[in-house]
Write a protein that binds this ligand. Structure first.
Ligand code: ADP
Ligand code: LRH
Length: 476
C-alpha cells in the first residue's frame, strides 16, 4: 500500500497546531509542523477569539505541511461566527468564557423548560452553550444582519473551500440539535426566537467538504469529528468497551462511550451530557474545569517552568486543601491563585502558601473530580469501567495521571498526547480507504503505534473519600 499523508488542524483553547501524519502500512507517524498561541482579546468589554490570527496560523501550518492527501479541521465546541448575505464574517467570534451569557442562560432554560431541553438535546447545562450565546445576541444588529451561523471549524473550512455546512459532532454541542433525529431542532430554534435559515445543512465526519483553493494542488478538506473532544475520543486506544476516558487539556472531559444516549432524570440532575460522537456513538460525559486552573495560574505567575513546578508539587503534602474545580468562580479568566485562596478561606482550609502548594491543590482537586465523574459516568450509564484512559496534554502530567489512578482505584493508561489530532487524522485516513473500517480497528492501530504509559492505583481510597466529603460531595 502506498504511503499516505494527512494534515490535522487542531485548534485548542490554549494553542493551535497543524500536525502532519504519515500512514505507511502499519506505521503511523506524527510531525508537528506548526504550533501557534491562541490568545483571546478583550475588546470593549467583550472577550473575543483572535480568529484571523488563528486562520493565519492554519494557513502557515498547512503550507509548512507540504503536499497532503487531505486536511481535517477540529476545534473547541460551542463558539461560532456569523456571516452576512455576501459571506463576510460579522464581527469576531466571542469567547465562551465571556460573561455575556451569565444572566441569560437560566432564564432561557426556564422558559423552554430544562426537562424538554434535555429530552431533545441530551446536553449538560453550561452557561456558554451556543443556545445561550445566541439568545444573548438576540436584538443585536449583528444577529439581525446574519445570514449564516458557522461553528469555528466550519468557518475555517468555509474560508479554505468556500463550502458552507455544519459538522454533526460539533453541532451536537449547541443545544439546538436533536440528538435522536440527528438534525437541527426546529422546535428549540423556534422557541429560542432564532431563524432556522441561519443553520446550514449538516455533514457527517468522513465526507469531503471541498478543495482548499489557496493551497498548492488544492488538497481535499474532509469533515472529521470537528468537535475536538469527538476526535480525541476516536483516538482513545481502548481494547474493549469497558473504559472511561479523560480528554485532559484546558478542560477534562470525563465519561464513557455509548451506543445510545442516557436521558434519565438522574443523568440530567448530575448534569451529564450526551454529545454526538463519530460513527453515531454517544460521548456520555461531564465537563470538569480541567487544567485551565493550572494554565491560568501559570499565566498570573509569568509563565514558570511547568515540569519543574509539578516536580515540586509532587513532594508537597497531599490534600492540604482541595477545591471544587467546577465552581463558577473559576470559569472566567483572572487571578486564579487568588480565587483558589479565597475558596480555601471560605471553606476553612489552609490557603496554599506558594506556587507549588497551589499546584498541588489544583492537581489533588482535579484527580478528585476525575474520581467523582468516572464513578458517576459508570453508575449512570451502567457501563463497567476497568481502565481509565487519559489523553491530551494532561497525559504528560505524571503527577495528575498517578493521582487519578489512585483516586479512581483503577489503572490509568496515559496517551496519546495528541489524541485530538490523531482522531482527526484517522477519520481522514478511513475516508481515503487507508484505515478502519471501525473504531476498533482505528484504536488497534494506535495501540500498535503510539507510546502509552500505565499508572497503577496505589490504594488509599479512604483518603480520597475523606477529601470528597470535605467538599460535601456525595459519591456513588
Ligand atoms: P488544549 O487542546 O485544550 O489547548 P492540550 O491538550 O494541548 O489543551 O493540553 C494543554 C495542557 O497540557 C497544558 O495546560 C498543560 O497543563 C499540559 N502540559 C503541556 N505540556 C506539559 C508538560 N511538559 N508537562 C505537564 N503538563 C503539560
Ligand atoms: C474542549 C471543549 C469541550 C467543550 C469546551 C467548550 O476543548 O471542546 O469539549 O465543552 O471545549
Amino acid at each position: 500500500m502506498t504511503a499516505r499523508s494527512f494534515a490535522a488542524v487542531d485548534l485548542g483553547a490554549s494553542s493551535g497546531r497543524v500536525i502532519r501524519a504519515r500512514l505507511d502500512g502499519g506505521t503511523l507517524t506524527l510531525d508537528e509542523v506548526h504550533r501557534f498561541p491562541n490568545e483571546p482579546v478583550p475588546v470593549g468589554g467583550t472577550l473575543h477569539w483572535d480568529i484571523l490570527a488563528l486562520y493565519r496560523g492554519v494557513l502557515d501550518g498547512l503550507r509548512a505541511a507540504g503536499p497532503v492527501d487531505s486536511i481535517g479541521i477540529d476545534s473547541w465546541a460551542v463558539d461560532y461566527g456569523l456571516l452576512d448575505s455576501t459571506g463576510a464574517l460579522l464581527g469576531n467570534p466571542v469567547h465562551y468564557r465571556d460573561a455575556r451569557t451569565t444572566g441569560v442562560w437560566r432564564d432561557v432554560a426556564a422558559r423552554i423548560g430544562e426537562e424538554r431541553l434535555y429530552a431533545v438535546t441530551g446536553l449538560q447545562q453550561l452557561p456558554f452553550n451556543t443556545l445561550y450565546q445566541l439568545s444573548a445576541a438576540i436584538g443585536t444588529p449583528q444577529l439581525a444582519a446574519a445570514h449564516r451561523f458557522l461553528m469555528i471549524p466550519d468557518l475555517i473550512a468555509y474560508w479554505l473551500t468556500g463550502e458552507i455546512g455544519a459538522e454533526i459532532t460539533n453541532a451536537s454541542t449547541t443545544q439546538l440539535y436533536d440528538l435522536r433525529k440527528r438534525a437541527w431542532s426546529s422546535e428549540l430554534i423556534a422557541q429560542a426566537g432564532l431563524d432556522e435559515r441561519l443553520f446550514p445543512p449538516l455533514r457527517e465526519p468522513g465526507t469531503v467538504i471541498g478543495r482548499a483553493r489557496d493551497l498548492d494542488g488544492g488538497p481535499a478538506v474532509v469533515a472529521v469529528g470537528s468537535h475536538d473532544t469527538a476526535s480525541a475520543v476516536v483516538a482513545v486506544p481502548a481494547a474493549d468497551a469497558h473504559f472511561a476516558y479523560i480528554s485532559c487539556g484546558t478542560w477534562s472531559l470525563v465519561g464513557v462511550e455509548l451506543d445510545e444516549p442516557v436521558l434519565t432524570e438522574a443523568g440530567r440532575a448530575a448534569n451529564f451530557t450526551n454529545e454526538g460522537g463519530v460513527d453515531g456513538t454517544i460521548r456520555y460525559l461531564r465537563n470538569v474545569m480541567g487544567l485551565w486552573l493550572l494554565q491560568e495560574s501559570c499565566r498570573v505567575w509569568g509563565g514558570p517552568d511547568l515540569p519543574g513546578l509539578l516536580a515540586e508539587a509532587a513532594v508537597r503534602e497531599p490534600f492540604a486543601s482541595v477545591v471544587d474545580p467546577d465552581h463558577p468562580d473559576f470559569l472566567a479568566p483572572g487571578d486564579m491563585p487568588a480565587r483558589i485562596a479565597e475558596f480555601c478561606r471560605r471553606t476553612g482550609q489552609p490557603v496554599p502558601a506558594d506556587p507549588p502548594a497551589v499546584v498541588r491543590t489544583v492537581v489533588d482537586s482535579l484527580a478528585l473530580a476525575h474520581r467523582r465523574t468516572v464513578r458517576e459516568a459508570a453508575a449512570l450509564s451502567g457501563r463497567r469501567v476497568d481502565v481509565v484512559h487519559v489523553v491530551g496534554g494532561g497525559a504528560r502530567n505524571a503527577l495528575l495521571c498517578q493521582l487519578t489512578a489512585d483516586a479512581c482505584g483503577l489503572p490509568v493508561l496515559a496517551g496519546p498526547v495528541e489524541a485530538t489530532a490523531l482522531g482527526n487524522v484517522l477519520v481522514q485516513a478511513r475516508a481515503a480507504g487507508a484505515a478502519g473500517p471501525g473504531l476498533a480497528e482505528l484504536r488497534a492501530l494506535l495501540r500498535e503505534t503510539q507510546p502509552l504509559t500505565r499508572y497503577e492505583p496505589r490504594g488509599g481510597q479512604d483518603a480520597w473519600s475523606a477529601a470528597a466529603s470535605r467538599l460535601g460531595w456525595d459519591e456513588p
